[in-house]
Design a protein around this ligand. Structure first.
Ligand code: SF4
Ligand code: SF4
Length: 671
């Protein structure tokens, strides 16, 4: 007898008809609820990007890229078990339905023979992943739930529902085997094993078990959109349409036409977001990964990115409160735009877009006050976020022979100093070190001097979009006066703005963070890397370099390490001399400066930099290398708060400066 099985075994015709009615009714109830959500998404602005839908779907849904790269030790494998178990059950059901209804279009039912045996063995075992993952999720939720994962009774009941669906599926299979045993039933490994312990099953009992299983499947179809399980469906649409072509470091510009049409700047009400942003809110599975990694939340601020998503999702699209009222202005201003939440979110929600869009509206409405508002006024009047006049922009050069663009006109490297690099005493040390290193390596470079003006990064992220645009256009105009091949800057914020945002204003440049050029010069033998003592030095990865621009390798190479860290989530060089902190590379922990936070007041005990400083000290190293003037300022203040020990805070360029000034046999540089 050819291996196969009979579908709808022992079911009379009227029960088959009832099955079809119920399955379509439950699917229709589920689809109707999704449709209602779709109508809410449609109230947002149409998207103006072309998402690579198939690529996004394959990468973020099928390959589960975000979940696989998660730091959560139990959450990620558990989710992968459930997801791939679910996918296998979906595939098994789809194949079975195709085989069953194929004769209607003249194709013989292929659910038989060798295909049948392979199908049974494969999906019978894969289904175990689903059940095991669900039981794991239930135990985790009840016994050792991470603090950032909220839970309510509906979550528990949904897991129980899915476990019941999975287990009753196996019971049904076992009952079929016990009722109508066949010589090839061993292919259904799990069902066959269960059937061995079952008493003989009558036809009536089998039909009862069949309906019991199906009843739970119908409930599942009907209730999916009402609970957080809706992410199974909505995350697929959300991921497929996500703006993955837009780097995290590039915010969307606002145009004057848009302002004239809408009569407002930025987002005031939820419906002012794009349709995709509104859809992405519904995909949130409330996993809390974003909250766990948020540096502001980690030091007790009111900002909780998961709550931001929940609050915006809960706003009625008509006549609801403004987003700022629903979320709270305090939370919105607390964000450092570090993108740790965006990196962690498995369903690709862009929290930074959600927050900065509202900041734009608050700034336009005059809701920003205090030191950050002063900074914006200074930046507008002087071209420096520090408020120093352009005439002071060349003070850092005193005693050095720094070539100026206005004298050379044409050169290989434009060394962009940045507001901090020209003003802050610590950052000036970095700027001078870079200039000295470029000179000694024979690089043809020049600086803009008093022609330099703020990139506008801080203005854009605080929410003053039009000040940013003005500053960007002014700098693009200045660059147009000279011929150069590359921009090199020691500031990751300036680097990000040039690399990712100036293209919006016609400024396309090859931009390097100084660590990249210095690493290349070390590799070419034109500079000597510092000789680090094992574990004496640690490196703090800046968010705008390591996470937002995926560059963790170059700073380490500049310091003489050989590891490939750009994509790493564990240290890749077992012989590395740098002491790596708990958060490093893409998973770095923010110092608290980004998003204009450096210019905002905050209670000392709520400085994200304090937490980071402690973490860096926990490595045992007493030299902390940085690659960002903002990080340097924040960590300098925090180190004074958290330790009385002597700790050296230094830019990697200064370490190279020392090793290249010192004679070759000067020994190890550690502090
Ligand atoms: S960008 Fe950083 S600070 Fe802002 S909400 Fe996300 S994790 Fe928190
Ligand atoms: S926003 Fe993303 S990371 Fe945060 S809870 Fe929702 S799904 Fe999880």
């Amino acid at each position: 007898m050819e291996p196969t099985r009979t579908e709808f075994l022992h079911l009379p015709e009227w029960q088959k008809t009832l099955f079809y009615v119920l399955v379509f009714a439950s699917l229709a109830i589920g689809a109707w609820q999704i449709w209602l959500r779709y109508r809410e998404w449609r109230k947002g602005k149409p998207i103006d990007w072309k998402p690579p839908r198939l690529k996004n779907f394959l990468t973020y849904v099928l390959a589960q890229r975000k979940v696989r790269s998660s730091r959560r030790r139990s959450g990620a494998p558990m989710h992968l078990l459930i997801f791939y178990g679910f996918v296998s059950l979906f595939l098994a059901t789809t194949l079975l339905a195709i085989a069953t209804y194929a004769p209607l279009i003249g194709i013989p039912n292929f659910h038989r023979g060798t295909y049948y045996l392979i199908y049974e063995a494969t999906f019978d075992l894969l289904g175990l992943l689903f059940v095991f993952g669900l039981i794991w999720a239930l135990v985790r939720r009840l016994a050792y739930r991470p603090a950032a994962v909220t839970s309510n009774s509906s979550d528990v009941w949904m897991l129980v529902l899915l476990i019941v669906v999975g287990v009753t599926g196996y019971v049904l299979e076992a009952a079929r085997i016990a009722n109508d045993p066949q010589p090839f039933d061993g292919a259904s490994v799990v069902g066959y094993s269960m059937a061995l312990i079952l008493p003989p099953v009558s036809n009536g009992a089998y039909v009862a078990i069949w309906w019991f299983h199906m009843a739970w499947v119908f409930v599942f179809f009907a209730v999916i959109p009402r609970f957080r399980l809706r992410h199974i469906v909505i995350a697929c649409f959300g991921a497929a349409n996500a703006p993955t072509g837009r780097p995290w470091g590039r915010l969307e510009p606002i145009t004057m036409e848009e302002v004239e049409q809408t009569g407002q700047i930025g987002v005031a009400h939820a419906k002012d977001y794009s349709r995709w942003h509104l859809m992405s809110l519904d995909a949130c599975m409330e996993c809390g990964r974003c909250t766990e990694v948020c540096p502001a939340h980690g030091v007790g601020k009111v900002l909780n990115p998961k709550q931001v998503v929940q609050d915006i999702r809960g706003i009625p699209r008509e006549d609801g409160p403004t987003v700022a009222e629903a979320v709270s202005e305090e939370a919105l201003w607390a964000c450092t735009t570090c993108n740790a939440c965006v990196e962690a979110c498995p369903v690709l929600i862009r929290h930074v877009d959600l927050i900065v869009d509202v900041r734009r509206n608050l700034v336009a409405e005059g809701r920003l006050s205090g030191t950050a508002a002063v900074m914006l006024r200074q930046a507008a009047s002087t071209g420096s976020a520090w408020g120093t006049p352009a005439s002071d922009r060349e003070d850092w050069m005193k005693g050095l022979d720094v070539p100026l663009a206005r004298d050379k006109k044409s050169f290989d490297v434009l060394l962009w100093v940045g507001c901090a690099g020209a003003t802050d005493p610590g950052a000036i040390k970095t700027t001078r070190a870079v200039a000295e290193l470029l000179t000694s390596a024979g690089i043809d470079f020049a600086c803009l001097g008093n022609e330099e003006s703020c990139t506008g990064d801080v203005a854009r992220r605080v929410g003053d979009e039009f000040l940013f645009q003005e500053q960007a256009q002014r700098n693009v105009g200045t660059f147009g006066k000279y011929e150069f091949k590359r921009i090199v800057t020691p500031c990751p914020h300036c680097f990000n703005t040039f690399a990712n945002e100036y293209g919006q204003f016609g400024g396309e440049y090859q931009v390097l963070h100084h660590s990249r050029l210095l690493a290349d010069l070390v590799a070419e033998g034109r500079l000597r890397a510092p000789d680090l003592l094992q574990g004496a030095v640690t490196f703090h990865d800046p968010c705008y370099l390591a996470r937002i621009n995926n560059q963790s390798d170059a700073p380490r190479r500049a310091l003489g390490e050989s590891s490939d860290m750009d994509k790493a989530i564990v240290p890749t060089d077992p012989d590395g001399r740098l002491a790596e902190p708990a958060h490093f590379g893409r998973k770095t922990l923010c110092c608290g400066a980004g998003g204009g936070r450096m210019f905002m007041e905050e209670p000392i005990e709520q400085r994200p930099g304090n937490r980071r400083a402690r973490e860096l000290l926990d490595t045992g190293a007493r030299t902390i290398a940085v690659g960002c003037p903002f990080c340097r300022i924040m960590l300098d203040a925090s180190l004074k708060q958290v330790t009385e020990e002597e700790v050296r805070l230094v830019d990697l360029a200064e370490m190279l400066q020392e090793s290249n000034r010192a004679p070759a046999d000067a020994g190890q540089i550690t502090s």
